[in-house]
Design a protein around this ligand. Sequence first.
Ligand code: SAH
Ligand code: SF4
Length: 394
Amino acid sequence: MDVLPAITSQTAEELKIRFQEWNQPGYRLSQLLDWLYVQRVTDWDAMSNLPRALREKLRTNYSLYPIVLLRKQGARDTTQKFLWRLTDHSLVESVLIPANPALYGEPSDRHTLCVSTQVGCAYGCKFCASGLVGLKRNLGVEEIVEQVLAIERDASKKESSVEGGRAERDMSDSFSSSQNLNVDTRALNSRLISNLVIMGMGEPLANYDNLMKALAILNAPWGGRIGARKITISTSGLVPQIRKLAEEPLQFRLAISLHGATDEVRNKIMPVNRKFPLRELTAACEFYAQKRGRKITFEYILIGGVNDGLEQVKPLALLARRLDAKVNLIPYNQVEGLRWKRPDPHQQESFFLALQKEKVNVTLRREKGHDIDAACGQLRLRTEKELSHLQAPQ
Ligand code: SAH
Ligand code: SF4
């Protein structure tokens, strides 16, 4: 049987052509898009103002709702992790972060969502849980788009928080149950997610075309309505794609996973640096910054004894000043089975202060709760281990 294209992988322009072929008036498309991106329904039959015949045509030509929530960790108003099962049973995760980490439990209505772009990753950074398993496949356009829609759907339900535990359920039930719960449709229509960071599992720029199309849908006024300037793409340093991104019509923000200010350090932990060494990477960053007229961010994970020595401060400051880049220091999240360690808080602070002294625009992530806050890839890794344990012959 042929696999139907997912409706959320289609742009309004593509659907418009389809609707014209089907002799549908223009307002039918607006109704469909409203069901998909405002009401976020998961069932063709819920699209009650579309004629039955059109719903049948849609059903036989497109699939709907390609990801299912398998596990959710964390409570509302703190960082939450969502583990999704895709139609081929692959697992990917997204992380939802409140704008003001609500340490004291106050509600936050603005959130940043960190989404995945691949199942696994081919780039094999030595410290990373996603790199450990290699690349399984790229995510489709709809699998990227749906991470946003499904979380907004989940948040609009009354009973949304699952404290630190598991939420094993099939979300295909969620629309009817939210109807039963008499969900406030204004809440349903409001946008929970104001910022997107493409920093989940996978190397986003290695899934370039699907990512660009998904972001166009998530940015569109008829779609996700998230401003391009509120979308940050993180890359380990794929030089040709950084140059290509600089020419895109949409102005995304760019973050570079630097993690080392010399080729010597980078080569130790990031195999991608052998293909695109720092000289080429920084030239591409310069090109991007010039074309876009906006600052880029260097992500710098602090890993004990690897890149946290104070001798690294000078080369890092030189690079950051040359590119007028902001440096984001992130204490390493330890990954089960890997030997890398997070430096102690004193060492983190010294590194931060030394960079400040070098007149670098730098931040250090200090907040607590790292077990949930851990980098993307880790929940999937743990769940896969648990599942394989469960499935292993006794
Ligand atoms: N592949 C892209 C985006 C996904 S990784 C990239 O590498 O930029 C998102 C960020 O998490 C990257 O900066 C990555 O280096 C970082 N990261 C990976 N594993 C981590 C860990 N265990 N602790 C802290 N940050 C980690
Ligand atoms: Fe891939 Fe990014 Fe992890 Fe490196 S850090 S292995 S590029 S996901």
